[in-house]
Design a protein around this ligand. Sequence first.
Ligand code: MN
Length: 440
Amino acid sequence: MLYSINSTHDATLKSWVTSANDPNSDFPIQNLPFGVFTRPNGIDAVGVAIGDQILSISACHSAGLFEGPAADAAKRCGGSTLHQLIALGRKHWSALRIQISRLLRDDTMVGRKAQKLAETLLVPMTEVRLSRPIYVGDYTDFYTSVFHATNIGLMMRPDNPLLPNYKHVPIGYHGRASSIVMSGTPVHRPFGQTKGDNDPVPVFGPCKRLDYELEVGFYIGQKSALGSRIAIEDAEDHLFGLCIVNDWSARDVQRWEYQPLGPFLAKSFATSLSPWVVSMEALAPFRCPAFARPDGDPQPLPYLSSPENEATGGIDLTLEVFIASAQMRAQGVAPLRLSQSSLKHLYWTPAQLLTHHTSNGCNMRIGDMFATGTVSGPDKDMRGSLLELTWGGKEPLTLPTGEVRRFLEDGDEVIMHGFCQRPGFRRIGLGECRGTIVNG
Ligand code: MN
């Protein structure tokens, strides 16, 4: 079941953490994303982002600020991962959220008490490192944007861009979990085997067509048993939250290796995640109908279909990608926005992806992740990869410094943002996902 909108989403709430009341903050009191931060002394703790601060859950618990199921949930926040908290289940996540909301408000008794303890409860974001919040066991990447699939298909197979299965079955592949890294981790330009159409033999060397993919990843919050299927009506119960994903891609390697089994080394060298996990409950005000299939498209098979999914299975979440070359940074030039897209353009909903993933009896474990695939929209400025934006390098981009880009060069930094907004509700953000390309 989807979460209902409750007092934690009320747009009029204000926090005694004043930076959270800045309309430009990604982390107002209505958001409350979870993460793990590492102090300079190396000690990890579970926290919640609020404005430019992090609220330590353990510190709040030690101060006696939680009660009932929220206190049980806070007890599980002493380690260096969200896993123990997530394992408690959805009722506990909600109980913790509502009590965190109350203790950060500027108009409650517990809020006034917490404010007096601000120095022990809060850590400025600038003083800590954000660490991996959840150890991702298995990682699957889907191919959910019909616009992305059509663009790629047009370049690879001009006569046959969209394969006949696309509108019937969610397409995905098994990604590599070991090379998932947090935002800010440098990305090494991969080496690989490539072969141009006119080359007699392949060569091995550094990737020449390095790209990003603008995506969102969902963390599994409730496991499922091997041999069982998650019904579409239950799929949302299994989701904990989401983050931004950059699925770095070596296009020249991909082109040579992708048939017949799909992506392999072109994708497995690095995948970057934003560190804050925005809960599905925080997203409640921003749910939207599933993609409106044009006349003539097939309807999803019954196991991928429900009235609730059709009415509210989508998420109206805006994604943006920016680039800053080394020269731009040296000259103090602001990052250039390359595109803006939205999850509402995806052909399949998260519930459909998860239901399909388990439809053969494949089990899900807490902390597994599935990502959407490149979130491209119908217009040119909504394309979620350089491959599409420069049309395979044929239409290069010019940066504000006059530099030209077909694909990523060493020193280029890719910065992704995500946010939700809707009249009557407070805008919430996902934070950012950054990565800079380094040589070797
Ligand atoms: Mn991808």
